[in-house]
Each structure stands twice: as structure tokens, then as C-alpha cells.
Design a binder for this molecule. Structure first.
Ligand SMILES: NC(=O)C1=CN([C@@H]2O[C@H](COP(=O)(O)OP(=O)(O)OC[C@H]3O[C@@H](n4cnc5c(N)ncnc54)[C@H](OP(=O)(O)O)[C@@H]3O)[C@@H](O)[C@H]2O)C=CC1
Ligand SMILES: CC(=O)N[C@@H](CCC(=O)OP(=O)(O)O)C(=O)O
Length: 352
């Protein structure tokens, strides 16, 4: 595609952590130009004032959000906003013919009542919601390809569901035994100041939160149920860990066939993900470090079986801001636009 034919894209919520990741990725994308940036508190400032270290690469103001005007200037719009805002904006963008990728939870649920009860908010956009597709390409690639609205998967759900998918799809485990123990870096909480994310609170400490009631539980359950073909409930416990980026999710489940050993499961995983360039199934006895995924769109999986308990254990590592958020959204855009899926998606970390 020539430079004149590049697609204009907008980012609403450009000033946040998701926003700046999108800027980095989209500036490197050969088929798009960023033509609009929107926000709230940062309106009137230039993006380069907020992030001076990339002033050499981008010079755009943060503007008020008037969806019809945004649609005149952008064909694809990313919404990187706190939960509850996208559902007010996306319907108006879609009505004007935009393709929309929402990074929040607004369009992740097929049943709006589940969203309403977990997010404590009433929704009136049921018809629009019914057309949204869950944005996890390794599970719903075909549906994403024909969607105009994608509700990109959450960060913990992405790491956990990629670990669970082969087990559930092939009926290898008893779904009622699934336990997910996950840890996230503090950037998972976004750029807005929060007391628990202060250096003095988070550094040198590790704690669980949202036990038995974290909002990612119903999201994980929705997709697990779809994969298993039966209603699935999971035990999900997230932890805040004193690092900036990365999620490590360890999932446990009881194997239906106690005769299966590690080599069997590893063979199944390697075969299952053989065509998924963003999922790296590690060799026997190797388990991922979050550092390996930093800055990339990759998910690393390590697989183990404990013959004493009959449990399979899968360890999954992603960068919460990349495969867990902005890079996955760009991957979805590439699929929606019919482009090569890997455009602008980093595959190599900046290790160490
Ligand atoms: N951080 C992560 O690891 C992940 C986050 N997500 C989701 O992505 C979304 C964005 O997260 P993140 O980037 O971390 O959040 P941030 O807190 O870093 O950024 C939030 C953005 O939303 C804008 N904003 C806030 N309130 C309003 C408003 N009333 N009207 C318009 N714009 C507003 C802010 O703009 P301004 O500064 O101008 O006010 C800012 O750009 C959230 O829904 C989050 O749950 C998803 C996966 C992972
Ligand atoms: C460390 C931290 O606070 N993490 C956030 C999850 C990250 C996030 O923003 O969630 P989504 O993926 O649904 O957008 C939390 O637990 O609410």
C-alpha cells in the first residue's frame, strides 16, 4: 500500500499506558497513520508534552472526544479508557462506519447482565454489544476477521486462557478443578495515581487481591465455558508483584486420564499451537520468565504434570501492556483489516 493509501487511525485515551504503547506500535506500522488523539484531563496538551522522550516521533494535540468528528478523521479507532466509557462512544463511531477496538472490559461479555452485575453499571447498548467479538485471536481469529467491534481480551484472561485452551478444547481436564494463580506488575493498574501502586506501598512486597471476586473471573469463565462446551467456574487469585510490566499466570487442573504424562501433554500443546506464531510452547522442563515477553506480543507456555496429584500445571508469561493489551489490539486490527497478522508486532524482547 502506498503512503497515500495508509489508513487513518485514532487513539482515544492516548495519554495512558495503553495509549503510549499503541503510539509506539502504530508509528512503526506500515499501513496506518495516527491522525487523532483524544482524552479528558490531558485535552489541550500536546502528546509530546506528556511524553517528551518521543517528541521526535509524534507531534499531535490531545483533543476533546466528539465521536462524529473523530469518525471523519479516522477509519479505525482504538479506545483505551477506563471501563464504562467505551460503551458511550463506540456506538456512535460504528454508526459512522469506523472499525472499533476497545481495550476496556465494556465489550468483552456476550451476556450484558454479567457485565452489569460485575461492573455495577447499567447498559443500554445491547444491540451493539451483541455484535462485538472477544479479541483473543488464538481463540476467535475467524470471528475477529469479520468484526467491526472487538472487545480486546483482558490481561489476566489472555495469559490464563492461552494456558487453558488446549486442555479445555480437547476435554483433557475436569473443568471444575481449575485454579489460576496469577501475578501482575503495577502497570496493570494504569497511569492514574492509586495508593496501592505507590513505590512505598508496592515495592518489596507481594500480596493477593480480589480473592474470589476479581472482575476477570467471569471473563475467564465465559471463554472457558465456550471452549469446554459446558458451564465452567474457575478459582482465580491475582497478586500485585513489585515490578513494572509482566504477568505470570500458573494454572492447575485435574487430568481426566491419570495415565497422561508430561510428554503427552507437551506433544498436545506443541501440536495445538503449531500455527500460532505468538504462542511459544517451551521445551520439556523449561518454564517462562516474564522478562522473556517484555515489549513483545508473545505468550510463553511451560507445561508440567504431577503424577502424584494427577494435576497438569501450565505456566504462562506475557507482557500485560503488549499481548495483554495494546499489541493484542493491533494484532486484532491487522486481522480485521485483512492484513498480515504480524504487522508492527514485536517478537524480540529488550532482554535483560
Ligand atoms: N494496564 C494494563 O495492563 C491493561 C489495561 N487494560 C485496560 O485498558 C484500558 C486503559 O488502561 P490504561 O492505559 O492502563 O489506563 P490509564 O489509566 O493509563 O489511561 C487511561 C486513559 O483514559 C483517559 N480517560 C480517563 N477518563 C476519561 C474520560 N472521562 N474521558 C475520556 N478519557 C478519559 C485518560 O486520559 P486523560 O489523561 O486525558 O484524562 C487516559 O488516557 C482500561 O480499560 C484498562 O482496564 C487492558 C489490559 C491491560
Ligand atoms: C495490577 C492491576 O491492578 N491490574 C488490574 C488488571 C489490569 C486491567 O486493567 O484489566 P483489564 O485487562 O480488564 O483491562 C486489576 O487487577 O484490575
Amino acid at each position: 500500500m502506498s503512503a497515500q493509501n495508509r489508513i487513518p487511525v485514532g487513539i482515544i485515551g492516548a495519554s495512558g499506558y495503553g495509549g503510549i504503547q499503541l503510539v509506539r506500535l502504530l508509528l512503526e506500522h506500515p499501513l496506518v497513520d495516527i491522525t487523532y488523539m483524544g482524552g479528558s484531563g490531558s485535552v489541550g496538551q500536546n502528546f509530546a508534552d506528556l511524553y517528551p522522550h518521543i517528541s521526535h516521533a509524534v507531534n499531535l494535540p490531545i483533543e476533546n472526544i466528539e465521536p462524529e468528528e473523530v469518525a471523519d478523521r479516522a477509519q479505525v479507532v482504538f479506545l483505551s479508557l477506563p471501563n464504562g466509557l467505551a460503551s458511550k462512544i463506540a456506538p456512535r463511531l460504528l454508526a459512522k462506519g469506523c472499525k472499533v477496538l476497545d481495550l476496556s472490559a465494556d465489550y468483552r461479555f456476550t451476556d450484558l447482565q454479567v457485565y452489569e452485575s460485575w461492573y455495577k453499571e447499567t447498559r443500554t447498548d445491547g444491540e451493539v454489544n451483541s455484535k462485538a467479538v472477544y479479541g483473543l485471536p488464538e481463540i476467535y481469529r475467524d470471528r475477529i476477521a469479520t468484526a467491526n467491534l472487538v472487545g480486546c481480551a483482558g490481561c489476566y484472561p489472555t495469559a490464563s486462557l492461552l494456558a487453558l485452551q488446549p486442555l479445555l478444547k480437547q476435554g483433557l481436564v475436569d473443568p471444575s478443578t481449575i485454579i489460576i494463580d496469577a501475578k501482575s506488575g503495577t502497570s496493570g493498574g494504569g497511569r492514574q495515581p492509586k495508593t496501592n501502586l505507590l513505590l512505598a506501598e508496592a515495592d518489596g512486597s507481594l500480596g493477593a487481591y480480589g480473592i474470589a471476586n476479581h472482575r476477570h473471573t467471569p471473563e475467564i469463565e465465559q471463554v472457558c465455558s465456550d471452549l469446554a462446551g459446558q458451564e465452567v467456574l474457575v478459582q482465580f487469585t491475582p497478586h500485585l508483584i513489585p515490578m513494572i510490566r509482566g504477568i505470570l499466570s500458573t494454572v492447575y487442573a485435574k487430568l481426566r486420564d491419570p495415565g497422561l504424562v508430561k510428554d503427552d501433554i507437551l506433544t498436545i500443546y506443541k501440536s495445538f499451537y503449531r500455527n500460532s506464531e505468538w504462542v511459544q510452547v517451551l521445551p520439556k522442563n523449561i518454564f517462562p520468565q516474564t522478562k522473556w515477553a517484555l515489549g513483545t506480543n508473545l505468550c510463553y507456555l511451560g507445561v508440567e504434570v504431577d503424577p502424584r496429584t494427577g494435576r497438569v500445571i501450565v505456566v504462562s508469561a506475557i507482557d500485560n501492556l503488549m499481548k495483554g493489551q495494546a499489541a493484542q489490539a493491533v494484532q486484532c486490527m491487522n486481522i480485521m483489516m485483512g492484513w498480515e497478522e504480524s504487522l508492527a508486532l514485536p517478537k524480540l524482547t529488550f532482554y535483560p
